[in-house]
Design a protein around this ligand. Structure first.
Ligand code: ZN
Length: 496
């Protein structure tokens, strides 16, 4: 049996007919150069925006600790790891990556250029060059009016009003993090940062977020609904970029932004965007018809993170977890595709962890062929990674992976709408396995006994593969998961 070469969309397409909507959009924005590589055939369902997403170190092969999350250190090893990571991304058909923390995480320096420290810049430039050579666009993960402004607000108090902020539906009286939409100086800071990213960093687009840390709730801003507020700060920034830098690709991860108002209310938010990522699948929850109406009416592509956003544990040894989620993610991608969605961002993690190696490849292949079944796509990945020597072993491996997934997913309840963490992101050291403590005692016991049984099946599967090393690593991961299960049962649930 030969390894299956992933089917990949061509890097660019010039022969595709344009839909009326795209034509209108292009005419309206004069942005024909914008957008990512498209599939060769507009009707094949290939996603236009096939993106990876994460903080710069989320895919690190080393556990990182000793600082508050997110840790954004980069060094020579980071550059080497990105070479391998981006090569895999290319091979699996991704065409972009949204990176957070290239420069500045919580705070831009007041002298903006000081944020681009020369030694770091040398390293980041090399990562961006690698991506460029592979045809993978790098989008700069950018906080819009919030995330990154702690220093600027301290230095220039005209940017913010200290009248509290509204974050995730609740009022927070403190506000050192969100600038005010009604501040002229805030607008100028935002524009200066964007110009810096385009001209100095060489970014090819932006992944915006405006809602995660909350938004200004001063007497003027609170007259605006959340949707109106976010629409204004996003559109103010997006319109500026499309005017000044028309080739930049613009997307919004709508963390903390209510999309419930329907297509009309979202026009001002989306009109200068290329894609809008519904991070918690709010629109799907309102019904498939609702989401279909939304994708038809939006001036940009609608996207998703797959519902459940599986965040890699930044501070754990890389062999401490293994939780494949192919079936869950395939269901999400297929339904999004059927509803007309054309953007997807996969939250990246370390390829040195077999779950992420498997899922990164799986998602990339599906985004290029969303009508292909979960099993067929998994088979492609299994062949490529482990080279089973016979059809029986190939099918057994696929069934085995699905059984490992179901052992957890059928017991955890609904995780399809938001962030899923293995460990808490708080603190500076490796945290507790909260993905296990969230299971009720009986469910955890059942998960443990299923994993024991599945682990015992692994040696026979390994013996039928030409490339067994990663399967052996999966065995080690499962041993470590089982150790965590036992410890949680003893410590938290008092079982022996
Ligand atoms: Zn305000």
């Amino acid at each position: 049996m030969t390894a299956t070469e992933p089917e990949r969309a061509p890097a660019s397409s010039t022969n595709r007919g344009m839909s009326r909507r795209e034509l209108l959009k292009t005419a309206g924005l004069a942005s024909a150069g914008a957008g990512l590589a498209r599939g060769a055939n507009g009707s094949s369902g290939v996603f236009d925006y096939r993106l990876l997403l994460g903080w710069i170190n989320d895919n690190s092969s080393r556990p990182l600790a000793g600082k508050r999350w997110p840790i954004t250190d980069v060094d020579e090893q980071t550059v080497l790891e990105y070479s391998a990571f981006l090569k895999t991304a290319h091979e699996c058909g991704y065409n972009g990556i949204t990176l957070w923390g290239l420069y500045a995480s919580h705070a831009w320096a007041v002298q903006l250029k000081d944020s681009l420290e020369p030694r770091r810049r040398h390293l980041i430039d090399r990562i961006l060059n690698t991506a460029d050579k592979l045809g993978i666009k790098v989008l700069y993960g950018l906080g819009v009016y919030s995330w990154g402004f702690e220093e600027i607000i301290r230095h220039d108090p005209t940017t913010a009003r200290n009248e509290g902020r509204m974050a995730w539906g609740s009022f927070q009286p403190d506000n050192g993090v969100a600038m005010c939409y009604h501040s002229e100086s805030a607008r100028q800071w935002m524009r200066d940062i964007v110009d810096l990213c385009v001209k100095e960093v060489g970014t090819q687009g932006f992944g915006f977020q405006s809602g995660d840390l909350g938004r200004c709730y001063c007497t003027q801003c609170r007259r605006l609904s959340d949707t109106e507020y976010h629409s204004r700060v996003i559109d103010e920034t997006a319109e500026y970029i499309k005017r000044q830098h028309p080739k930049q690709i613009l997307g919004l991860s709508a963390w903390g932004v209510d999309l419930g108002g329907g297509p009309d209310s979202l026009q001002p938010l989306a009109r200068h965007l290329d894609f809008l990522t519904d991070v918690t699948d709010q629109s799907a929850r309102q019904g498939r018809d609702h989401r279909r109406a939304l994708t038809a009416a939006l001036p940009c592509a609608l996207g998703s993170l797959g519902g459940a956003v599986i965040v890699p544990p930044q501070r754990w040894p890389r062999d401490r977890w293994f939780l494949p989620h192919a079936e869950m993610t395939a269901t999400s991608i297929r339904s999004l595709s059927e509803d007309g969605g054309r953007a997807f961002e996969f939250f990246m993690g370390p390829l040195g962890n077999p779950q992420y190696n498997l899922m990164t490849r799986f998602v990339g292949l599906l985004l290029n062929n969303p009508t292909q079944s979960c099993e067929r796509t998994l088979t492609q990945v299994v062949d490529r990674l482990w080279a089973p020597t016979n059809g029986g072993a190939e099918a057994d491996l696929v069934r085995w992976l699905l059984a490992v997934e179901r052992a957890y997913m059928t017991r955890v309840g609904d995780i399809s709408s938001g962030e899923f963490d293995f460990e808490p992101l708080k603190g500076e050291t490796a945290g507790e396995p909260i993905y296990l403590t969230r299971l009720p005692p009986r469910a955890l016991a059942g998960y443990g006994s299923d994993l024991e049984r599945l682990s015992q099946q692994l040696p026979s599967l390994i013996s039928q593969c030409r490339r067994p090393r990663e399967l052996q690593l999966i065995g080690r991961c499962l041993e470590n998961v089982l150790r965590d299960v036992r410890q949680v049962r003893e410590r938290v649930h008092g079982s022996h």
